[in-house]
Design a binder for this molecule. Structure first.
Ligand code: GTP
Ligand code: MG
Length: 372
């Protein structure tokens, strides 16, 4: 991140250095006008002054910084990584069934009420190439999970049942997909049904600015059936073509960086985090930090529930060993020493507390001014 001094910050937001110093002082942070502001101080100031301060998390780039810092840039260790593909769509339009067909398993029929209530992720191999899929629930109650799904993904597949057309959660998913900037593929499912009407789906999607290629637009529409398997090969081939265009690269030799797509406390296992590896390789024994939690990787299970020693690029699995349940969507990062991960987690926890405190200080000041 850019280093900025107190007086520079004050100047940039039209305040006096004294005002800046006073705000931090009220939170127990002592600075003088020539001091550099730390990330947490910047965030607090942004909140206090009601301005937007974008702070780049130094850790975000830790792997890249390490790879690029040296004299020579070792791009040799960057390789093509598998795409992460998120499947989204309205409830019961067949997302899980489609993924089942792709993996040839039977998850949908084993789900409570046939409704997906978690984010699930699986890696499949097609023509020797891996693809990681993220299955999200379509139920209206799970909007947050769909947002998270949109955040980790490279490509979004919008599933629309061809007999049912665009529905409320389809609309929601369209806006997530557009906001993510990822390439979109529309899978028109349930084509085996007599009432399937792909032209209706195309027209409804085109109205929402997702125009099929054969109608002069740039979105691939593929008719599929999770029941018969029709179109599934076509869909997979299209995913691989999109992935190639994206030219996804990462460094398997870097320290691991993964995204938590779900986390929970499991009886007898402790905090468990379901992750997708974005860079590097995550190994048993790694020191890891994940927002305010930290620990050492005790065990990893892959998407088949098998115990493995490591997760590679774009692979997905569950990780045991954090000292608490991390927030979903956060980055899990491995570092050299236990001290590093502990320090970072503690600093973040302090920062979170200061943020809370700054909120309550603000409230009490407002209350006070109301009394005067
Ligand atoms: P949520 O996770 O609840 O959002 O639903 P989902 O989109 O994952 O749908 P799911 O795969 O659970 O399928 C819903 C219902 O549609 C099930 O009864 C499936 O058997 C049925 N279904 C899914 N795909 C097809 C298909 O291609 N053809 C037919 N005929 N039925 C399908
Ligand atoms: Mg489902």
């Amino acid at each position: 991140p850019e280093d900025i001094r107190v007086y520079e910050f004050a100047e940039a937001c039209g305040k006096s250095p004294a005002e800046v110093i006073k705000v931090l002082f009220s939170l127990g942070m002592m600075v003088t006008k020539n001091d550099f502001l730390k990330q947490d101080e910047l965030e607090i100031l942004g909140e206090e002054f009601g301005i937007e301060v974008t702070v780049k998390d130094a850790l975000e780039d830790v792997n890249y910084v390490e790879s690029y810092e040296g004299e020579e840039v070792d791009t040799g260790s960057f390789i093509t990584r598998p795409p992460v593909v998120t499947i989204m769509g309205h409830v019961d339009h067949g997302k899980t069934s489609l993924l089942d067909k792709i993996r040839s398993s039977k998850v949908a029929s084993g789900e409570a009420g046939g409704i997906t209530q978690h984010i699930n992720s699986y890696t499949v191999v097609k023509n020797g190439q891996k693809i990681t899929f993220v299955d999200t629930p379509g139920h209206e109650a799970f909007s947050a999970m769909r947002t998270r799904g949109a955040n980790v993904t490279d490509i979004i597949i919008i599933v629309v049942a061809a007999d049912d057309g665009v529905k409320a959660q389809t609309e929601e998913v369209i806006s997530h997909a557009k906001a993510s900037g990822c390439p979109i593929i529309v899978a028109m499912n349930k084509m085996d049904k007599e009432s399937a009407n792909p032209d209706m789906v195309k027209a409804q999607m085109a109205e929402r600015n997702l125009t099929p290629i054969d109608w002069g637009g740039d979105i691939e529409f593929i008719g599929v059936s999770a029941r018969t398997g029709e179109g599934v090969e076509d869909l997979l081939e299209n995913i691989l073509i999109q992935a190639e265009l994206l030219d996804l690269k990462a460094d398997p030799t870097a320290k691991a960086k993964a995204t938590v797509i779900e986390a929970s406390l499991e009886k007898g296992r402790g905090p468990v985090a379901n992750v997708i590896v974005q860079n590097g390789t995550l190994r048993v024994g790694d020191n890891i930090v994940c927002d305010t939690t930290f620990g050492r990787v005790k065990a990893i299970t892959n998407d088949m529930g098998e115990i493995v020693k490591e997760l590679g690029l774009s692979e997905t699995g569950t990780v045991l060993g954090l000292n608490d349940v991390p927030t979903t969507g956060s980055s899990l990062i491995s570092m050299d020493t236990e001290k590093e991960v502990r320090d970072i987690a503690n600093t973040r926890a302090e920062h979170a507390r200061a943020k809370e405190l700054s909120k309550s200080t603000k409230v009490s000041l407002e209350e006070m001014s109301g009394l005067i």
